[in-house]
Structure formats: structure tokens, C-alpha cells
Design a protein around this ligand. Sequence first.
Ligand code: ADP
Ligand code: MG
Length: 321
Amino acid sequence: MGEFELIRHYFAAAACARVGGDVMLGIGDDCALLAIPAGEQLAISTDTLVAGVHFPDPCDPCLLGQRALAVATSDLAAMGAAPVGFTLALSMPTAEPGWLEAFARGLDAMAANCAMRLIGGDTTRGPLSITVTVFGRVPAGQALLRSGARAGDLLCVGGTLGAAAGALPLVLDERESASNSADAQVLLDRYWSPQPQLTLGQALRGKATAALDISDGLLADCGHIAAASSVQLCIEQQRVPLSDALVRWAGQDRALQCGLSGGDDYVLVFTLPAGELQGLLAAGWPIRVIGHVEAGEGVRLADAGGNAVAVGLHGYNHFNA
Ligand code: ADP
Ligand code: MG
């Protein structure tokens, strides 16, 4: 099967490649065409997953397709953007029909889950690597930046943390027997199929003062908000919501370590003026307050008594020595 037949068969024919919504022209021409309504801005982000760096090789191609799109789309959620579409740049050593069929199926499932449309891409031979570029739209001036946190704001997260990091030993070892338990399945699910918090992100427009999605770990990612906003974030350790399945699976200490420093959860972390909290909770959003914003710089971790806890656990950084 040649390059063009491959693109047609596995990608252009996928349900997620149908035009509609804001997509006027999709796969097949030199560019896709998007119609962005007047008064809205285009939000764009790109993510690359490299075999052996971001995922084990070999792995289940269907899960890989899901995860590749989910991690990229999560950036739209963090910006408060509504999903529009995505491109897929796929490099692979060989074109195996079984692999491509499963990969496209996983991609299509996550696209349906996120209301995303596949609008184009590039297909090349090379080491396995997947680059997804996502496009969203947001009313002009309402995107959730990292730079707006103010002293006195609450620090909040949109769900429990740690499960994806807790799954890593299972993902890497492929300990099949160990992964039979229901708790292990919950962890693996969070790793392979994270749910971009798109509706929460949009609900936070005009309310949250800063936001991002946790990809590198709570402490590391809070550091980005602190730096961009020129404030200090105080995290109260005992308020960090941990995955129940993870606590049962790995114990409280390991769960806390995963929740603070483990990445890959793709839960939103954001700062919120205190007056906004009740309305959001009343609307049913699964928001948990984990601390507050104060004057200063960096991230401060406090125990139940308000005493400082040493922060020695950092998030993932590709180019750290
Ligand atoms: P060009 O030579 O103009 O870059 P290509 O031959 O690479 O175009 O691709 C042909 C069409 O197929 C384009 O519309 C491109 O966006 C699309 N395409 C290529 N690879 C993929 C892919 N993996 N997924 C979705 N669309 C793809
Ligand atoms: Mg091309």
C-alpha cells in the first residue's frame, strides 16, 4: 500500500475526518480551511510522542492513538478553548495494516470523545513518532493564560492526581498478571486514555485567573504559573486529592509522591478568586481547593500544620542533566 492509499484508507476514511463544524475543507488538498467565527481567536498547540521516550515500543496501537490525541487536546482545555480539529504527522518504520487500523481506531475514538476533527497531516517513513497539532477557538481575550494569578486567589485542581504516574511501572514492565486487578486497570486507563477537561476549561473562562494542564507533575507545573504570574503558589499537601485506586494500589506515601511529582494526569490546575468558587461548585464542577496564591515566587508545599515541606521532587524535564 502506497502513501496516498494509506492516508485515504486509514485516515481520510475515518469518521473523525468528515468535514463539518468549523472545518470547511479537510484532508486531500494542500491545506485545510477553518472558518473561525468573528470575535474568536484560534488556539494552536502541538505535541510529539516519540517511541521509547514517551511510550514503550511496542505498545497497543489503539491505546497509543487515543493517548496521542488526548495529551494534545488537553492543551486546548487548559486554554479554555473549544475543540475544532487536529493534524497528524506520523512517522513509522513500516506500514503495517493491523497496526494502522488499530491506531486509527483509537485516534477516532478519542476524536469522538473530544469532538475533534482530523483535518490533515503528513505521513513519512522513519522511527515511530507521532505529532499532533490541535486547533481550538476561544472568544477574543478570554483564553486562560498562565500569567494572571494574583495573591489571594485560591489554587484548585479539576480532579484526582497521581493515577497516570502510578501506572508507569505497569506500562513499562507490562506486568500482565499484576495489571489484572480493578485498581491497576483504573491506573492504566488514566495513563492510556486521559480525559481532556474541555468543558471545565470553557466553564473557567472569565473566572480562573490562570490555568494549565498537569503534564509534568503538580509541583513542576505550578512552578510555571508562579513564574508566569510573578507570584508564589502554596500547596497544602493534605488537600491534594489522590486517586483512590492509586492509594490502594501503591500506598499513601507513594500515591502522594505520584500526585505531587508524577506527570501524565492531564487534570487542570488553576487559580480562582475566592468569590468564584461557590458558583462553580454549585454547577457541579469537580473542583478541589489545594492551596492559595501569595506574594513571592516559586512553589511552597505545606503540611497540615502549615509547616514547610521540603520540595525535592521535580517534574519530568527532557534536557535536565
Ligand atoms: P503535501 O505533499 O501537499 O504535503 P501530502 O501528500 O503530504 O500533501 O498529503 C496529502 C493530503 O493528505 C494532505 O491533505 C494532508 O494533509 C493529508 N495527510 C497526509 N498524511 C496524513 C495523516 N497521517 N493523517 C491525516 N491526513 C494526512
Ligand atoms: Mg506532506
